[in-house]
Design a protein around this ligand. Sequence first.
Ligand code: CA
Length: 319
Amino acid sequence: MSNTRPAVIAHRGASGYLPEHTLEAKALAYAMGASYLEQDVVASRDDELIVLHDIHLDRVTDVAGRFPDRSRDDGRYYVRDFDLAELRTLNVHERRGSDGQTAVYPGRFPTDAGRFSIATLRDEIELLQGLNRSSGRQVGIYPEVKSPKWHRQEGVDLSKLLLGVLDEYGYRSSADNVFVQCFDATELRRIREELGCGLRLVQLIGENDWGESDTDYDVLKTASGLLEIAQVADGVGPWIYQLFTLADIDGQPISSGFVRAAHAAGLLVHPYTFRADDLPPGFENMSEMVDWFVGTLKIDGLFTDFTDVAVAALQNPET
Ligand code: CA
């Protein structure tokens, strides 16, 4: 849809190499040549914006050992139940599974090593803007409003807080180097219309059985659903599996038609997530996957845990 090189969005930073959403992972992704650094944004008890993927703390921090009596009835520890000063004392580790022990990605950074901290959105923007200044590059941010409906039930308007911080740091219009993303279509429309946001917006597209939001993704994925998204958003962030199927005859990937339909609606397409250690069927390695998605499907950007692999594949396409 454009002639510029597809955007490489560092998914939770260089999370293939370092614990996700740590400043170390963000600095590494920056150095590897990312176009955007991604921030998942949740709110603390004292309404600070925290960069973490989950509304829970227990999969990526030592909270259970440090604050054993602070879980809710479901046994989970919530970012919303802690002040920033408490969150700052936690150690962040590589993501573990629901048993609290097993690594989700066994080949990655050890789950029991290192000294890493939780970062606020402000911490991260200051790191990025500082690097932009010292390096002369212009890397953007790509914040996601996480579970806005849940946050509202908890008494906080996450979108409003986010837009306030972005404004403070100079992100105000569609010309600024930022995309704001959200799974909740009602919230994304609210961000544009009620909160008057002038930034570029991306509608994330999941599957209905994930329970991410009340949004009906089966409707959004249709041509008319995409046209409706285009009324408020500049792009879509679909799941990679929504973009292709495998041919019965030879098992080769073929287009699902999604990217074409999204482009016809005037939307950029930034699929998630390209992982060198978790490839979909039909691809031998991540470089081949990037080549095909860019060369055949014509995507406009991609979310990846492996910024370096994506950047190298875009610089040296095989096709
Ligand atoms: Ca995200």
